[in-house]
Every structure is written in C-alpha cells, then in structure tokens.
Design a protein around this ligand. Sequence first.
Ligand code: ATP
Ligand code: MG
Length: 571
Amino acid sequence: MMSKTLSSTNANHNLGNYDEVYDSYQWSEVEKEFSWSNTGRVNMAHEAIDRHAESDKGNKVALYYSDQDRKEEYTFKEMRDYSNQAGNVLKDIGVVKGDRVFIFMPRSPELYFLLLGTIKLGGIVGPLFEAFMEGAVKDRLEDSGSKVLVTTPELLGRVPVDELPELEKVVIVGNDVKEDDQTIDFHRQFERASKTLDMEWVDREDGMILHYTSGSTGKPKGVLHVHNAMIQHYQSAKWVLDLKDDDVYWCTADPGWVTGTSYGIFAPWLAGVSNVIRGGRFSPEDWYQTLEDYQVSVWYSAPTAFRMLMSYGDKILQKYNLTSLRHVLSVGEPLNPEVIRWGMQALDLRIHDTWWMTETGAQLICNFPSMEIKPGSMGKPIPGTEAAIVDDQGNVLPPNRMGNLAIKKGWPSMMRAIWNRPEKFQSYFLAGDWYVSGDSAYMDEDGYFWFQGRVDDVIMTAGERVGPFEIESKLVEHPAVAEAGVIGKPDPVRGEIIKAFIALRDGYEYSDELQEEIRNFVKKGLSAHAAPREIEFKDTLPKTRSGKIMRRVLKAWELDLPTGDLSTMEK
Ligand code: ATP
Ligand code: MG
C-alpha cells in the first residue's frame, strides 16, 4: 500500500476536528432539527422537501434534471407541489401507510415525484433498476408483496402482471396509456390531482424504503429502512459530503441502488442543497459536460466510473472546465490508490472513499474532508458509531489483524428487517452487539480501516490469508490493465492459488510477455506470494449493474459451477 498520506487542503469544512467530534458526539444533538422534536411525528419527505419549500429556500432549485431528451429545473416549492400531486394519484388508487409501491422505470422527474409522493403517504417505496429482466422484477414484486407498480410502456412487457396476485394497480408513465380496472395513466391523473396533500405523519420507526441489495455475493436481499435514517443522512450530508448552502451536488448512482436514494435523494435534500440528476448511461464526455454545465461542486461516484474515466485519458478531460469541483467522493467498491493518484493529477483533488452497504443505510467509515487520507484506506467511523475488527466469535481483534469488519449495533440508519427473512436478519448480528458486515478488513494503529475483500473472497494460500483487493489495486497500476478481479483457485498443494482475471486497456493486446510482465510487476511491487500464478485475459469482467466486479461469477466460471442468481449482472 501507498504509505504516504494526503493532507486536507480544505480549511473550511463542516466537521472540524475529527477526533474532538468523535469523542463527544451524541446523535441526539441532531434530532432537534426535525419535526418529531416538537410533535413526536415525522415524515422524511416533509423534512427533505416541504420544510425547505416553506422556508426562504422555497424558490431555490432543488432538482436540475437532464437526459438525452429533457432538461428541466424544479424548485423546492415545485418539488413539494408535484410530489403532492403524485401522492394524490397514488392515494386515489388506495395506497395507504405501510403499502409497498414499487417503481420500475428509468430516471426522470416523475420518478422522484412518485417516490416522494409514496413516502408522503406513509407507503414503503421500492425502486427497481430499469435494466432488470422479467424474472428479477417478478422475484422482487412477489417477495415484497407490492400492491402498486409504477412503470413505463416500454418496461411493462417485463412485468408478469397476471402472475402477481398481490399487485392491484399498475401506474404507467407514458403517452397514450389505455386505462382499465388495473391500469392507470399517470399523466392524466396527475393533471387532475390536487397540489395539496395531507401528509401522513408517521413514527420514526415506520418503514419507508425497501431496497434489494446488489447481488454481488448471491441472491439479493430486501433491506427495509425506516424514517429514522434521516438523522444519519442529514448528518453525513454535512460531515462527509460537506454540503453547504450554495453547493451544487451530483450523485451519479441510479435510485435502484441504495446510493441513489440515500445520497441521490435524501441526504442532499435534507441539507437543502441543489441536486443534479443526469439520466442515461455512462459516457466520459457526457459526465464531464454535466460537471461543467451545472458547475457541480460536490461529486459522489464509484470506483468503476473513475477507472473508466481514467482509462479514457486526460485529453478528453482537458476539454472541460471543472474548476467548480471542490469535493469528490467514492463508494461501492474498494477505491484503488491508483485512482486517488489519478484524481490528484487530473482533478487536483483528493477522492474521498466512503464505506457502507445497503444494510447500513448510510455512510459509516469515511475519509472526512478535514482528515488526512491514507490512499487505499476506507477511513474512520463516522462520529456516533463504533467500528471494530472482530473474530468469528465476536472478540475484538488488536490493530493490524485481518478479520470481520463489524459495527456496534444501533446506529440511526441501520436496516430494521430483511423482508420476509427474519433469520437472515438475525444472522448479521454476532454476540448480540456487533453487526457483522461480511467484509474483511483490518484497522491500523492510527485507527484507519483497510478493506481486504469480501469475507468469502479472502484467499488462503500456503497458509496465509490474502485479500484480493491489494492485488487488484497493484494490477491496475500497470499501464496495460484497465480492470482486475482476483480469486482463490483451489490447489491440492497450496490450498488455493491466486488467479487474476484482467481486462486490458484500449491499445493493449494479450501476449505471453505481457502476462509475465504483469506477474513480475506484482511480485516486485507487492510481494512474491501475492503475485497471481494464473492470469486470464477477458474483454470485460462480469459486473453488477451497480458496477461491482462479481468475483463469485469468476469463481464459478473457473470451477465450472452454477453461477447462481445473475439478475443484477450487467449484460
Ligand atoms: P449482495 O449483498 O447482494 O451480495 P452487495 O454487497 O454488493 O451485494 P451493496 O449493499 O450494494 O450490495 O454493497 C455493499 C458492499 O459493497 C460492501 O459490503 C462492500 O463489500 C462493498 N463496498 C462498498 N463501499 C466500499 C468501499 N468504500 N470499499 C470497499 N468495499 C466497498
Ligand atoms: Mg452485501
């Protein structure tokens, strides 16, 4: 690992001194921000939208929306009115508190009105990524017992309506929709709906959103989050995203994944900040243009995107004016030190890694803007939480020992259930007190956490535990390597040997010499025992739709085993 630290260059950040805040912070300090401190009742959508609409931020732009065909802006007042209207459409078809309303459509302003409208009714919203095929859609609607589905004419063909007895209504967002007993034309009903809606004031422990996980390690799980999560969304918007009133913020994640809601919707709007949503797929020109056009100041994306931008080269980047950017963050996969070096050189900014997962609801271990960064480390726990490395019995391990990354139970945004699977929910908790993440990591003597790999992906070779992440990071430092996925391949002598799957950058071609050169590069740069014994070259690596390398698929290919649930795999 790169041992050099990167100091903070930003003197004016929201958090202040990390250690001081960490030592004294109590979550109750932030609770007075929200309505429940006066009334005992709350609603996330009120706190994120209506509260600002009714303040001097009413005419501030809440949403800058654009895609290939549309370019629109909505103020907080307009977001309040339109989410009320969308809420009324749903109310008229019988949506009440606790009902599951799933939304299966590409990003559009209507998606956000409907998502907020559902929450205003006390409903539990379930966003589904637009690329899901029929089986994946069916599984999730069935598992959740969804009463209403919102979709588009284009995607309706992937919804097996007749096989879903609990599904009562299908709301279609599109042109020329034919209505019948079950089918609702969203636009027609929206036009007629009132702009005022009686907010369903709920308890902070009431359900709000049901997210299915990314499916990197197996069948996706339905993770339930409650309104109380807003405490952590709001606080992390301040401390980690470092949002201030005049920021323009862009989170690139689709709302089908937890980052796209917790940090694409709730956190920025709770903080009252202008939020950029860009529809459509990734393209470097398009993304740089979006940063420039909206003068984005705070940008939250993922390693896979940064690696792609990196491999497109700096020539493209130089065509754009990105001087508005002041704070950049990453989530979803380990952030390779090489990517941080690229950020320093190409953007003249540190990229801040943040670690969390669908189940945790919000950021937990982060590189705070006020803190020194150790490239390759996920950073330190957010004040108000406690993280540790524990063994399989729940005993806390000393620094520098690899083990289970665990969080002390009870942070505000923690999941409250795995839908329909109480035993699965219980299985996350060890010795009662620790939530065990399924990730393997160690903590150094300065309290920084270092990701090693998924627990299931840790390689046992010649009696040593090796995390795939460090090897992958070294591999992508090689100029020919665009992406790398490393697995343990069973071996009669060594237990496992290290096998690397590699996608080359444009302009490079496979040769035996290149393979040998890459192996030696790891040997020299890391260690002999970490050098992959086998290297296989692929055009692309198997990834989830949210951009994560699927090592379980690499392993299944290698061992000729069934690949398991592929509903979230990028095709
Ligand atoms: P599934 O649980 O269905 O297998 P998943 O774990 O990929 O899928 P998510 O909840 O979207 O679903 O992802 C959380 C996981 O992503 C974490 O457990 C971790 O392995 C990885 N991850 C997220 N952020 C980071 C990070 N900053 N560094 C390293 N890994 C990260
Ligand atoms: Mg997971």
